[in-house]
Design a protein around this ligand. Structure first.
Ligand code: C2E
Ligand code: MG
Ligand code: MG
Length: 415
């Protein structure tokens, strides 16, 4: 089995000669999902043997000039030089798929596996081994999503490939923008605070949603820098509001950053710099991801809680909320996910569920915030159910923080 670098180097060598050889070169990621299972069910020796068999089978189905590398338990990377066009690539994938139709035997046990393939093509989809491999990987994901045997890389309108350097530079150069969405007190019908939301306009892709770049930051090491930026950008704006505004400032935190030391200190330091009291800040954490690193996150959260920082469980009801950790979690508020709020008006069953969540939260001394209120009728329903706060397009869309601050100060006088 070769490591990533060895495979990159081997591909790069072929690429260096591709122009000389003429034509296109395809990089194929071929996944055999069943291989991993064979190891688990029949033992690693059997798994290894099966892996070798599959390797042989792939080689036999291809031309002598093609190269096959074993890249993981169930992953093979294949280099197909001299491809004439997309059809030529599809022909190769069909030949491979046919090869997998025969049951193979490992010891005395016959077994059947299938292959799923993702392909990128040089020079159309990239000039270097790194980019070609990433794109072959993306095509493989796409084939799995669509339930197809083979997909050739294609950039969709909705799919944004985030380039690490571009996002890193945008964060470092403070090119992200901070937006505020108002949070309303549903009982007194006044603005009680804001939620801070990041916005990024990429030079290559235009407006990129945080739903894309936040998870990307979490997977790379950019999440710490994004969090630091988000805290400072939010508090800088908060400092421009009157100290007695009574507004709360909700900031989204990735659960990932709580497992690292220094997160609490960083927030405390920023509160000090911008002169914002800890009691005015709400740390929002998504409930789905909380399950990981619960222990280490808990210590940091308790420290913040002791200082008076409020803690909200975001998107409650969207994922795998567990009552067990709700019990131990030092939360002060529960944000009910917009999928429940959006459905409650037309579906009485969901309405009952939302009402039950509000009651449960109140029993546990948690305040409730409903997310994604898009209509007056939903707002009225929630207010009747006793929901404390609400947020949504009907009450106010996210807007540049500077606009929110200017408007607030115009009404109440500058700080
Ligand atoms: P979230 O914290 O649950 O934020 C609420 C999302 O719902 C926002 O999406 C907001 O624009 C959207 N929204 C608000 N009202 C409505 C409505 O009435 N209808 C609908 N359909 N949507 C509504 P946005 O800004 O795209 O952010 C997506 C997620 O990205 C956020 O979900 C949050 O988890 C994350 N995020 C945003 N900014 C940051 C940040 O600075 N740091 C971190 N770590 N995460 C962030
Ligand atoms: Mg949030
Ligand atoms: Mg939310």
């Amino acid at each position: 089995m070769l490591n990533r670098l060895q495979i990159f180097n081997a591909i790069q060598q072929r690429l260096d000669h591709a122009d000389v050889a003429g034509g296109h070169l395809a990089v194929m990621f071929l996944c055999v999902p069943g291989l991993h299972e064979i190891s688990l069910r029949f033992g690693y020796d059997q798994g290894e043997h099966a892996g070798e068999k599959v390797h042989e089978l792939i080689v036999a189905a291809l031309r002598p000039i093609d190269q096959v590398f074993r890249a993981g338990d169930d992953l093979f990377v294949i280099v197909l030089p001299g491809m004439l066009n997309h059809n030529h690539v599809l022909l190769a994938s069909t030949r491979l798929a046919q090869a997998f139709e025969q049951p193979l035997s490992s010891g005395t046990t016959p077994w059947q596996v299938r292959a799923i393939m993702g392909v990128s093509i040089y020079p159309e989809h990239g000039l270097g081994a790194d980019l070609l491999c990433r794109r072959a990987g993306m095509a493989l994901d796409e084939a799995q999503r669509r339930g197809e045997l083979c997909a050739i890389y294609q950039l969709h309108d909705t799919q944004v490939e985030i380039f690490y350097e571009e996002l890193r530079d945008a964060i470092e150069a403070n090119r992200l923008r901070v937006f505020f969405q108002p949070v309303w007190d549903l009982q007194s019908r006044r603005i009680s605070g804001i939620e801070s939301l990041a916005r990024w306009t990429s030079a290559q892709h235009g407006e990129v949603s945080p739903a894309s770049f936040v998870p990307f930051s979490e997977q790379s090491d950019l999440i710490s820098a994004l969090t630091r930026w988000s805290v400072n950008a939010t508090l800088r704006q908060a400092a421009n509001l009157p100290t007695d505004s009574g507004l709360s400032f909700a900031i989204n935190f990735s659960p990932r950053v709580f497992a690292r030391s220094g997160t609490a200190e960083q927030l405390i330091g920023a509160l000090d710099i911008w002169g914002v009291p800890p009691t005015a800040v709400v740390v929002e954490i998504t409930e789905t991801a909380l399950v990981n690193d619960l222990e280490s996150s808990m210590q940091v959260l308790h420290r913040l809680r002791d200082l008076g920082v409020r803690i909200a469980i975001d998107d409650f009801g969207a994922g795998y909320a567990s009552i067990a950790y709700l019990r131990r979690f030092p939360a002060t508020e529960l944000k009910i996910d917009q999928s429940l709020v959006g459905a409650m008006r037309d579906d009485p069953h969901t309405g009952k569920l939302v009402s039950a969540i509000i009651n449960m939260a109140h029993h546990m001394d948690l305040t409730t915030v409903a997310e994604g209120i898009e209509e007056q009728a939903t707002q009225d329903l929630l207010a009747d159910m006793g929901c404390d706060f609400g947020q949504g397009y009907h009450l106010g869309r996210p807007e540049p923080a500077t606009d929110f601050v200017a408007r607030f100060n115009a009404v109440s006088g500058p700080p």
